[in-house]
Design a protein around this ligand. Structure first.
Ligand SMILES: [Zn+2]
Ligand SMILES: [Zn+2]
Length: 277
């Protein structure tokens, strides 16, 4: 498994690339803008080209973009849904410009699951239709908080089945979210069962990326709290099974673990590298 992490873009794309190289990342994920605002300056074409050649020269691939947290494709509010759709189309284009393989997005939040799911399906179809870039749109499984759409594989499968042009539609699985949603990925038997379930509903061919995060809270807690590798409820044995699993080891794995101390990223990356057989 190629291992990397979500790198900060503070100081620009060139700084992000330098950080990834310093940490010896084999793959990375980043925001192309502040994740908490609707407006972003256009990407500077020279900066984007330099980022592409910098990551290419360092062998950092694939690159992924994470969509801003404001995006909610399940929103009942038409204005919010439209802003979310436009921003996601923009992110697919920006991701294409920096040479990224795909854009990761959480399906959305809605108090009404059935209506929320229908809105996500409709908005995802529109986003794919409106985007000219060849970038993948990757739906991420969620932790299963009450309003989260997409914590069950059946929901992700329902969205995909409802999108006519689904060639560019894929999935990201986050280990902490799986565990919080009740999937027993902390044991080998549980991981095998989870992957069989995923293959039967979504299909393993749609899986392009793993988010490798330990979980602060117990199985089926519904709480999304990422924790340091080996120090949470999934544990080192759980991650050893994930990074070496025959159905997963060809995939890129991205850490989104807490960054409280300067050494946290290095330590979490090293922990995962040591587990690779
Ligand atoms: Zn994630
Ligand atoms: Zn999370």
């Amino acid at each position: 498994m190629r291992i990397g992490l979500h790198v900060s873009i503070a100081g620009g794309l060139a700084r992000a690339c330098a950080r990834a190289r310093a940490l010896r990342c084999e793959t990375i994920q980043l925001f192309t803008r502040s994740p908490r605002g609707w407006q972003a300056p256009p990407l500077d074409p020279e900066g984007a080209a330099a980022f592409r050649s910098g990551t290419g020269a360092a062998g950092i691939a694939p690159v992924f973009v994470h969509a801003p947290y404001l995006v909610n494709l399940a929103a009942a509010d038409r204005g919010l849904a439209a802003r979310s759709r436009r921003m996601l189309v923009e992110e697919l284009d920006r991701a294409g410009a920096i040479g990224a393989l795909g854009v990761v997005v959480h399906p959305g939040r809605s108090p009404d699951r059935a209506q929320g799911l229908a809105r996500v399906t409709r908005e995802v179809s529109r986003v794919i239709r409106h985007s000219r870039a060849g970038t993948l749109l990757l739906l991420e499984n969620t932790a299963g908080a009450r309003t989260d759409i997409g914590s069950r594989f059946e929901e992700l499968a329902a969205v995909i089945a409802g999108v006519p042009n689904r060639d560019r539609l894929g999935v990201t699985l986050d280990t902490a979210h799986l565990f919080a949603a009740g999937y027993e990925v902390h044991t080998r038997a549980g991981l095998d069962a989870t992957l069989r379930d995923f293959d039967a509903t979504v299909g393993l061919g749609r899986l392009h990326l793993l988010h490798l995060n330990d979980s602060r809270f117990p199985l089926a807690s519904g709480r999304d709290r990422h924790w340091h590798i080996g120090r949470g409820e999934i544990g080192l044995d759980g991650f050893r099974a994930v990074v070496n699993h025959p159905l997963l080891r060809h995939l890129p794995g991205i850490l989104e673990t807490p960054r409280a101390a300067a050494t946290d990223d290095r330590r979490n990356l090293a922990a995962l590298r040591r587990l690779r057989a």
